[in-house]
Design a protein around this ligand. Structure first.
Ligand SMILES: Cc1cc2nc3c(=O)[nH]c(=O)nc-3n(C[C@H](O)[C@H](O)[C@H](O)COP(=O)(O)OP(=O)(O)OC[C@H]3O[C@@H](n4cnc5c(N)ncnc54)[C@H](O)[C@@H]3O)c2cc1C
Length: 471
């Protein structure tokens, strides 16, 4: 079922030290790729445990395909549930108004499924594979300050100081420390300051058995409902091989509570319980015990992903913050991590670090921002207030209701594929490989033409029709 991962892991000719701040989705994925390329990777995580808590998280087919190439798909599939589409339901009346499903043919064409996982399971898989790839994870390591190398002092390396005074240095530092990144704070001229949208997101995981025992909820446990109201919504989906159910509730809330991934907000205080919403939503809310909380923040674009010394870079939500619990919160950072790691598998000289970091930002910035903005727009579309826009949305979607349980014809499949192939066909490993073939090798050619001796000393040599780069 799962094609064997390629045995020809490409080792970088020059293997260097990476320090990654943050051991969550983006940091751990980068650690796997960089470790596979032979680099020495140390992750610093401020919490005392990796994967301590979480709710549901989704992976897009294209990142599942990339992770397959690193041999991770089987582990993911074992703890995931496939996601096929959503039934959209009016939150106030309980009436379905749209149905969106990915056709079988389209899923097949993409080469993988959408998967829903328990965040902790995903992190455990990434953590295990990062350790297997040789990475070291230091917990209770909260980074307080980040120091660029002194300009002109090429032998110096960037370093960090922890809250407890310990210091670590490396050839490259990656800030994978989330949306409120300390590393970003150290490299940007103007801080990236978000504003609160007024909406909070409450999330939890519950055993699916509880839903199945409720005659009203049984049907919902088998599909992926999206309840839509005015600046509020509730989405649910199965995870962990359909043993658990993840619930994300978005709600305009009167107080800006702090983000807290520990589920300690009592479900009995959740606002739908006292609001005029459909009984289905009240029942789904009351199967929970406690929820975690994230604020839906509106972030300006991060101005720079790389520091002036070109030895420190941002990754994942540190580079491109996302609305919480959206479709691509995990996939977008994973795409970036696969690009970064693949570029550095071509490293043969320390002088290439700036070029590779610039290539990484060039390859990733616009796509990451496009995906993040797209997720925010989708969420806004499904939570429109009454008015002409909402009316237009509902009218445009009405015909989809008839598609539930329908067979898709080729024309419909092609139409769907043309809408999503741009997102689903992207492979971060291929994107980085293509850059190397188009631009990276060009520089090697130039070096060779300019001075064969200097090129040979740098490890570049002409080998028949191919350029080879040796250590
Ligand atoms: C505990 C936790 C649970 C989550 N649960 C879910 C979920 O259930 N569903 C979902 O869709 N998304 C969840 N997310 C968010 C999701 O991981 C991100 O939206 C996305 O995948 C981007 O990941 P990231 O690695 O860039 O950033 P994040 O996931 O935010 O990870 C940043 C990491 O950096 C660490 N860190 C921060 N500052 C420092 C510092 N100064 N020094 C050292 N380490 C630092 C954090 O502890 C964290 O481990 C969760 C995130 C966390 C941290």
């Amino acid at each position: 079922m799962f094609p064997a991962p390629p045995s020809d892991r490409r080792k970088a000719s020059l293997q260097i030290d990476f320090l990654i701040v943050g051991a969550s989705v983006s940091g751990l994925t980068a650690a796997i790729g960089l470790g596979r390329a032979g680099h020495r990777v140390r992750l610093l995580e401020k919490e005392s445990r990796v994967a301590r808590t979480g709710a549901g998280i989704r992976l897009a087919p294209n990142v599942v395909s990339s992770l397959r190439r690193w041999g991770l798909e089987e582990e993911i599939a074992q703890v995931a549930s496939p996601v096929r589409g959503s039934r959209f339901i009016d939150m106030d009346s309980g009436a379905p108004f749209a149905f969106i499903e990915w056709a079988d043919k389209v899923v097949k064409e993409s080469g993988a499924s959408w998967y829903a996982l328990n965040y902790k399971d995903l992190i455990e898989i990434l953590h295990r594979n990062a350790l297997q790839a040789g990475a070291e994870v230091v917990t209770d390591a909260s980074v307080k300050r980040v120091h660029s190398p002194q300009s002109g002092a090429s032998l110096l390396r960037p370093s960090v100081t922890l809250d407890d005074g310990r210091t670590f240095d490396a050839d490259v530092i990656i800030g994978a420390d989330g949306p409120y990144s300390t590393v970003r704070g150290a490299i940007e001229e103007q801080p990236t300051v978000p504003t609160w949208s007024g909406v909070l997101c409450f999330s939890s995981l519950v055993p699916i058995e509880g839903l199945k025992q409720d005659p009203l909820l049984r049907d919902l446990s088998l599909c992926t409902p999206a309840f839509c109201g005015t600046h509020r919504g509730l989405g649910g989906y199965a995870t962990r091989g359909d043993k658990e159910y993840s619930i994300h509730l978005f709600w305009e809330y009167p107080i800006e509570l702090p983000d807290n991934y520990d589920p300690d907000f009592p479900a009995s205080d959740l606002p739908p319980l006292t609001a005029p919403v459909t009984d289905l939503v009240k029942r789904l809310v009351s199967v929970q015990d406690k929820t975690d909380i994230r604020r839906w923040m509106v972030w300006p674009l991060v101005q720079t992903w790389i520091d002036e010394s070109e030895r420190i870079a941002l990754l994942g939500e540190a580079a491109c913050p996302h609305i919480p619990y959206a479709f691509h919160t995990a996939s977008n950072p994973i795409e970036s991590a696969t690009v970064l790691a693949t570029l550095f598998s071509y490293l043969r000289s320390i002088d290439q670090i700036p070029q590779f970091l610039r290539a990484y930002e060039h390859l990733r910035r616009s796509r990451a921002e496009e995906i993040s903005t797209g997720d925010s727009q989708t969420a806004s579309l499904w939570t429109l207030p009454p008015g002409p826009e909402k009316q237009a949305r509902d009218e445009a979607m009405r015909h989809t209701l008839a598609q539930e349980h329908a067979t898709w014809d080729d024309v419909e499949c092609e139409k769907q594929w043309s809408q999503i192939s741009h997102i689903w066909l992207y492979d971060g490993i291929d994107a980085a490989d293509e850059w190397w073939l188009q631009w990276g090798l060009l520089r090697e050619h130039a070096l060779l033409a300019e001075s064969p001796e200097a090129a040979a000393a740098a490890g570049v040599r002409f080998d028949g029709l191919r350029i080879r780069v040796d250590a």
